[in-house]
Design a protein around this ligand. Sequence first.
Ligand SMILES: *[C@@H]1O[C@H](CO)[C@@H](O)[C@H](O)[C@H]1NC(C)=O
Ligand SMILES: *[C@@H]1O[C@H](CO)[C@@H](O)[C@H](O)[C@H]1NC(C)=O
Ligand SMILES: *[C@@H]1O[C@H](CO)[C@@H](O)[C@H](O)[C@H]1NC(C)=O
Ligand SMILES: *[C@@H]1O[C@H](CO)[C@@H](O)[C@H](O)[C@H]1NC(C)=O
Length: 393
Amino acid sequence: MARPLPNQTLARTSATSLRHFPGHSKPSPPLSAPAFRKAAAVLLLAAAVALPCAVLYRAAVLNALRPVQVGWDRRPWWEREQTPLAVMVPDEDGNVDPAAADYLDSDDLKLEQVLQEASMDNKTIILTTLNAAWASSGSVIDLFIDSFRRGVRTSSLLKHLVIITFDWKAYKRCMKIHTYCFALATEDVDFSQEKRFQTAGYLEMMWKRLDFLRLVLEKGYSFIFSDADIMWFRNPFLHFYPDGDFQIACDHYVGNATDLGNIANGGFNYVRSNNQSIEFYKFWYSSRLRYPGYHDQDVFNLIKHDPYITYIGLKIKFLSTAYFGGICEPSRDLNKVCTMHANCCIGLQSKLHDLRIMMEDWRNYMSMPPSLKRFGALSWRVPQNCSLSLLNQ
Ligand SMILES: *[C@@H]1O[C@H](CO)[C@@H](O)[C@H](O)[C@H]1NC(C)=O
Ligand SMILES: *[C@@H]1O[C@H](CO)[C@@H](O)[C@H](O)[C@H]1NC(C)=O
Ligand SMILES: *[C@@H]1O[C@H](CO)[C@@H](O)[C@H](O)[C@H]1NC(C)=O
Ligand SMILES: *[C@@H]1O[C@H](CO)[C@@H](O)[C@H](O)[C@H]1NC(C)=O
């Protein structure tokens, strides 16, 4: 999702290292050993404080979630008469205002409706999120949609795409260019501004999204979640594992789909709706309380070793960068690439610059005769303005 900020936008990669070096003076490689040791030290300290609460936090969090769960509204917040949460407080007898209950029901129905309309026969949908910063004409969202049209048999996937919008501008723009738009209720928080990477507002947006994805799973829909700065060139379904509940792309792939040493990138994942994945999303979301100040991707890389995941029986698969690449680690072979992510990128202008080059490369590849394609006569001209080495300067 958006890390948009004029001078200092980051992709969702290397987040951990960058947070440890707020001045960007010398970020370590993603999740380096020192970063892990540092995190481990912090965690030990936190555990001492948090352990007594450990039993309570899950119950508390799950209860706290319930009102949020019914607060989704396809209409944006500025068109709402009132905030539903205010009227959701039960009276002394524990009754909720029936008008409020109706209001919330209709909210929920709208989500059901958009999911049902966009769904494939096997209850699978494609989701992305959008805020104002990425919504302008010619910006990230246009490139995203364009990539489906120019990809190999990907244009038909557009009719299964639901764009989740965070603000008014994004919602308006979505309604202009796409069939399925859903305005995520954001209550009193305004997500329309470009969010500084790692600011409170940015984090809140990421966690809100994760909680929403949990709701989608609970409604029985499996999904591919894709950031909008990921170009789709081939149908990804052919490369998912038949036995993975949660499959996620990587900033760095170690060559083994089950090795937890893979560095995940939360920008692209395929999740099957089942008991394991629903419980995992609850666990992931509640883990934000254990790691305050971290965003969903960092917390994933921290909790992926947690025995609770083995306990619930969630099968995690990491997707190879040979098919699901990015600027951090490109899919080198254009005959294989499914998706390419503009991660490892500072600044929206740099991101757009490299995304456009990427699309140009793809158009050139598509116009080549089959023999030349097979020969591998073309390779990416990116990274240019985005790059890992830039991040490490
Ligand atoms: C769901 O349907 C789509 C479209 O037919 C297909 O590509 C995909 O593989 C199916 N997913 C599963 C899990 O069967
Ligand atoms: C892949 O990683 C898993 C988990 O670490 C390990 O059990 C397995 O042996 C590895 N496979 C190969 C081919 O190295
Ligand atoms: C989840 O678990 C319950 C109880 O064990 C079971 O009845 C239900 O079929 C499961 N649902 C899914 C989607 O696996
Ligand atoms: C991309 O990098 C080149 C060379 O450093 C620079 O001249 C150009 O202004 C950059 N463009 C953007 C959009 O950042």
